[in-house]
Design a protein around this ligand. Structure first.
Ligand code: PAF
Length: 283
């Protein structure tokens, strides 16, 4: 595995791989890798002949007061996992390499990023689009892999690829959960044991929503109220949002129609967690 933070070197290595007709798969990350990231790496390894992973804690997607400073950093463990997974290249740039002191060009998506997390994290998706656009320009992958846990992000990045004519395909892979169904997240490491138990209410509420829809409930408000009841039965929990939206355009629905995304963001103590399910409703 080649490890480099040097953009010119990384470009050279990938150019050479392409000259040898390698299919380049790419998994962008911010590090603190867990089984969710590794499922993306595994799929990339299965489908591509040259796999690149990036680790870059992108400052432009964190607002003031968000968790950039305390975001977990475990480069040695991450490198070990990636080496064991057999990737070809780890791109690990320094902040100064990605953002020059007077960096002044940003990429902004103007429709899908308005709601859900975008409403509560102004500038977040602008930072994500900017850094991912830059990473795509450096790595020039054939396929890039993202997790459904950040479904809004993945959909926005698909739009970025379409609207800015990047020549690559984006694949969105399923959420990986712990045995007790907590969605894997680098931020789970912030939770105390008690908070971790409370965090299970997120998936319980999504499961209840799924079951209500299966039984024929089509009124989003009723479903959301039931989800709120489940989550708010835990102390020290604050709901940022629970939304039921069209899974393709992220517009809020007044009646459940297929396919729907049920997405939520909840603070467990000081830790903000997100989760979602996509449901294909019949009739
Ligand atoms: O999902 C993430 O980890 C980040 O938002 C990404 C896509 C690596 C961009 O910094």
């Amino acid at each position: 595995m080649i490890v480099s933070g040097n953009i010119s070197k990384v470009r050279k290595v990938i150019k050479e791989a392409k000259r040898r007709n390698k299919l380049v798969g790419f998994v962008p990350t911010m590090g603190a890798l867990h089984a969710g990231h590794m499922s993306l790496v595994k799929r990339a390894k299965k489908e591509c002949s040259f796999v690149v992973v990036s680790i870059f804690l992108n400052p432009t997607q964190f607002g003031p007061g968000q968790d950039l400073r305390r975001y977990p950093k475990c480069f040695a463990k991450d490198t070990h996992l990636l080496r064991r997974a057999g990737i070809d290249l780890l791109f690990y740039p320094r902040q100064e390499a990605m953002y020059q002191r007077n960096h002044s060009v940003y990429v902004q998506e103007d429709s899908l990023s308005k709601g859900l997390c975008g409403k509560f994290r102004p500038g977040h998706f602008r930072g994500v689009c900017t850094v991912v656009g830059k990473l795509f320009n450096i790595v020039e992958p054939d396929i890039a892999y993202f997790g459904q846990k950040d479904y809004q992000q993945a959909l926005i990045l698909k739009r970025l690829v379409r609207d800015l004519n990047f020549s690559l395909k984006i694949k969105i892979l399923p959420i990986i959960r712990e045995k007790d169904k907590l969605a894997l997240s680098s931020r789970n490491s912030y939770l105390s044991p008690g908070e971790r138990t409370d965090a299970l209410s997120l998936y319980s509420s999504l499961r209840e929503a799924k079951s209500l829809i299966k039984k024929g409930e089509r009124n989003p408000r009723k479903i959301i109220n039931e989800m709120k009841r489940i989550i708010l039965s835990k102390k020290g929990v604050k709901i940022e949002y629970i939304k039921i939206v069209d899974a393709q355009n992220l517009k809020e629905l007044d009646k459940i129609r297929a396919p729907v995304l049920i997405a939520l963001a909840v603070y467990i103590g000081k830790t903000r967690l997100i989760d979602n399910v996509i449901i294909n409703v019949k009739g």
